[in-house]
Design a protein around this ligand. Structure first.
Ligand SMILES: [Zn+2]
Ligand SMILES: [Zn+2]
Ligand SMILES: [Zn+2]
Ligand SMILES: [Zn+2]
Length: 362
């Protein structure tokens, strides 16, 4: 820019009178702009209060770096989890200052300001303050999608709330005979039976003679390979007169099929993208450390959040046989609900879990 101006100094000197004319419209322009912007104050505020990474208005907690750059809770966790995977210090995406749970703080003023900004209802399109929008959409909006009150009798109807009453008056399902409803009841039973099975199995396991639990802290470590891989390992603990550890791995693939999961799946490739953690899951295995297990041990085990952690795990039991030859249990997915929970675990450096083990006596 500077070079262009100096090379065109000749023509500029020949037109000195035009300069005031150029200044006048420049002075008027900001006035027009501010008038336009005043009409959309909420839009301008939205641009200021948005998250520096996703550019969305934060829905819950807002964090700021020590220089004041804003990050929504999700992106804050993402940045910390990313740094953990790369074995780097987390930095603010805007100014690169070091970012950690200790150095960042919440910004309550921004959180409250955002909750006052209007947003449109997804059903009726009317604008409401974000603080009351959720209640409007879930309980009050006449256009919200509702299901028929006879859904459990097999009615598939769903539609806007204001039509639900007239539908219910005409709905044929409450008049169906018991004979017609029987197959439906049976399929409902099937579903709840499957859910009950896991709890019935747990109650059975609790009758075993030898049960032990350990509250473990999973600490991050890196492999010695060329591209360091992150894994977590507990301290050694004693159960059934043997030494054990639990190892956990990052698995960037979808772990739907436990048979496909192995340590090879946890590999992690650094790339340019700042937010690498997607579709991430955690897998774990139980490892027998004692070499002198005299007879094979068949052990059922399960993971719970325990008193020191806030791991969100679903109920799930595993079984493995440990012996001199086979001291490692299978690598199985940690039953956490989604990638967000995985990122939250990665962001929090260490995580705690309770391992309950049930020994099958022979
Ligand atoms: Zn964000
Ligand atoms: Zn910053
Ligand atoms: Zn609405
Ligand atoms: Zn119906």
């Amino acid at each position: 820019m500077a070079e262009v101006e100096s090379s065109s100094s000749g023509p500029a000197l020949s037109e000195p009178l035009k300069e005031p004319e150029q200044v006048e419209p420049a002075a008027k322009r900001p006035k027009i702009e501010t008038e336009k912007n005043n009409e959309k104050l909420e839009h301008r505020l939205g641009g200021i209060l948005c998250c520096a990474v996703c550019l969305d208005l934060p829905r819950s907690a807002v964090y700021q770096c020590s220089n004041g750059h804003l990050l929504c809770a999700g992106c804050f966790t993402h940045v910390l989890a990313d740094a953990r995977l790369r074995d780097e210090v987390a930095t603010c995406p805007s100014c690169r200052v070091e970012l950690s749970r200790a150095s960042a703080c919440r910004n309550l003023a921004v959180e409250k300001a955002v909750s006052e900004l209007p947003a449109p209802c997804t059903f009726c399109g009317k604008e409401f303050a974000r603080a009351i929008l959720q209640r409007h959409q879930e309980e009050l909006c006449e256009e919200r999608i509702t299901e028929c009150q006879f859904k459990r009798l097999g009615c598939p109807w769903c539609g806007p709330h204001h039509e639900a009453k007239s539908h219910a008056e005409e709905c044929p399902h409450p008049n169906r005979s018991g004979r017609e409803l029987l197959p439906l009841l049976e399929s409902l039973d099937c579903k709840s039976d499957a859910q009950d099975a896991i709890f019935r199995q747990l109650v059975n396991l609790l009758s075993f003679e030898k049960i032990t639990f350990n509250d473990l802290q999973m600490k991050p470590y890196r492999t010695d390979e060329f591209v360091h891989k992150l894994f977590y390992e507990s301290a050694r603990f004693t159960a059934f007169n043997n030494q054990w550890v639990v190892k956990a791995f990052i698995n960037t693939k979808n772990l739907r099929d436990p048979t496909q999961s192995s340590e090879r799946d946890m590999n992690y490739q650094p790339s340019e993208s700042r937010l690498l953690v997607c579709n991430t899951n955690l897998a774990f295995k139980v490892v027998l450390k004692s070499k002198s297990a005299p007879t094979p041990l068949t052990v059922h085990y399960m993971i719970l959040s325990g008193p020191f952690g806030d791991l969100k795990v679903g109920p799930r039991t595993y079984v493995a046989e440990f012996s001199d030859q086979n001291c490692e249990g299978p690598v199985v997915p940690l039953p956490i609900p989604d990638t967000n929970e995985c990122n939250r675990l990665l962001a929090s450096k260490t995580f705690s879990l309770r391992l309950i083990m049930f020994l099958v006596s022979k």
